[in-house]
Design a binder for this molecule. Sequence first.
Ligand code: NAP
Length: 251
Amino acid sequence: MNVRENSSLSGKTAFVTGGSSGIGAAIVRELDARGAHVAFCARREDRLRRLADQLQNPCLPLVVDMRKETEIVDAFARIQSALGPLDVLVNNAGLGYKSPLSSGDTNLWREMLEVNVLALCIATREAVMQMTKASRSGHIVHVSSMAGHRVPHSTGMYSASKHAVRALTESLRMELREQNSMIRIGSVSPGLVETEFASLFHGSEDKAKEIYTAFQVLNPEDIADAVCYLLEAPAHMQIHDILIRPTQQAS
Ligand SMILES: NC(=O)c1ccc[n+]([C@@H]2O[C@H](COP(=O)([O-])OP(=O)(O)OC[C@H]3O[C@@H](n4cnc5c(N)ncnc54)[C@H](OP(=O)(O)O)[C@@H]3O)[C@@H](O)[C@H]2O)c1
């Protein structure tokens, strides 16, 4: 049976942050293939438009800088009026820089914390408020990282930001329980995935190529499948975290 047929995501309104490349773009495509109506955001408008052209269902590309709270909040209002109240939020936007804790650049630390942690919290809050107001059961997924489960060498503030995401997943789960909410929260924690991430992290295309060809790493589509598996779980089932490494990844 084609898993995309009769998906519980069909007709749902979803919002994916960081939809212009890599894992986010793959999640947007997979949600669309399963019949969801997908809003997605990033800063690179040309990439968003190109992706929108490939989708079959109603969609909404949004230019948003996740470091600007007003732009994030505004996106939620625009999604509600264009596609209806939100059912699914995938907090995927994120980035890393190699910037040592003993000598690194504060601006790079700040950017990682603002996008990976603070923007994720702002988007989550807006989603919970919109879902609650519309009496939607709702589902929120954080794209975290294996770097949120142990500290890989030289990952400093990036690893700290993903450890924060892990703490935030459990904290929100407990808050939602206290409120007797049917909104679910979960995360997916990938190891190495071939995207634009490594060239930004190391500031080098060559280094990224070296990392991604040392052994068979994951594809963005592998992570998109895991996100959809989590989202399609029945309403009584909350998958807390999915840890995925390439088979040959040692650390
Ligand atoms: N690749 C891996 O090995 C790996 C492993 C574990 C976890 N992850 C996580 O997976 C997620 C996606 O990363 P990726 O690997 O797919 O890397 P990517 O290809 O570089 O994608 C990053 C996405 O985040 C968006 N983004 C970054 N800063 C933003 C900002 N200020 N405002 C709006 N959007 C912003 C980018 O869009 P614009 O640049 O167009 O704004 C892009 O769409 C991240 O949370 C990352 O930490 C990746």
